[in-house]
Design a protein around this ligand. Structure first.
Ligand code: AR6
Length: 174
């Protein structure tokens, strides 16, 4: 049985195998959780990101992910995924779901057992938080039986609104 937990706090402080960054397709860092991760990890992480080949879709298109080391962070790896910029179109949900799915698959391929997700797309990219949380929880619950190596999944909320939403969607076991 996979341990699933909602956490309120800063993802850069976690000692898990992988933390998931809400990146942009250029992988060059930015604001929000991306900025916090790059600041805490240091230049090594940035340099590693820049080694991914650039293309007209960037280094990582929306819905996909790449894995790097973690520089000065406490985790083993950072998985950088790029959420959709919210547009209200049906494709948003598919792309957001793909982020969670691809991160779990990538973690498994790297032998990682614990993974902490940030609330992808719910900041600068403007995804409505409740909708995004439902997609996150539903996708993880759907994929987790197929990735049995992963024994712990953390949903890391940085703001009270996301925390309240996730706590309702994932009540503690009684
Ligand atoms: N730990 C955990 N969660 C955090 C942290 C933190 N230290 N800081 C912010 N969050 P955002 P996006 C939460 O904007 O919407 C960047 O500039 C935040 O409260 O970081 O996917 C990238 O470079 C929110 O719930 O990511 C892209 O250009 C969540 O992280 C763009 O923003 C995601 O907010 C990506 O936008």
């Amino acid at each position: 049985m996979t341990h699933t937990e909602v956490i309120l706090g800063d993802i850069t402080k976690l000692k898990v195998d992988a933390i998931v960054n809400a990146a942009n397709s250029g992988l060059a860092g930015g604001g929000g959780v991306d900025g916090a991760i790059h600041r805490a990890a240091g230049k090594e992480l940035y340099d590693e990101c820049m080694r991914f080949p650039d293309s007209p879709m960037g280094r990582c298109p929306a819905g996909e992910c790449v894995i790097t080391g973690a520089g000065r962070l406490h985790c083993k790896n950072v998985i950088h995924t790029v959420g959709p910029i919210y547009s209200g179109k049906p494709s948003d949900a598919l792309l957001l779901s793909n982020c969670y799915r691809n991160c779990l698959i990538t973690a498994t391929k790297s032998g990682l057992k614990s993974i902490a997700f940030s609330c992808i797309s719910t900041g600068v990219y403007g995804y409505p938080k409740l909708e995004a949380a439902r997609i996150a929880v539903d996708t993880v619950q759907e994929v987790i039986p197929r990735v049995p190596i992963i024994n712990s999944v953390f949903f890391v909320c940085f703001d009270d609104e996301n925390y309240t939403i996730y706590k309702k969607l994932l009540p503690p076991p009684v």
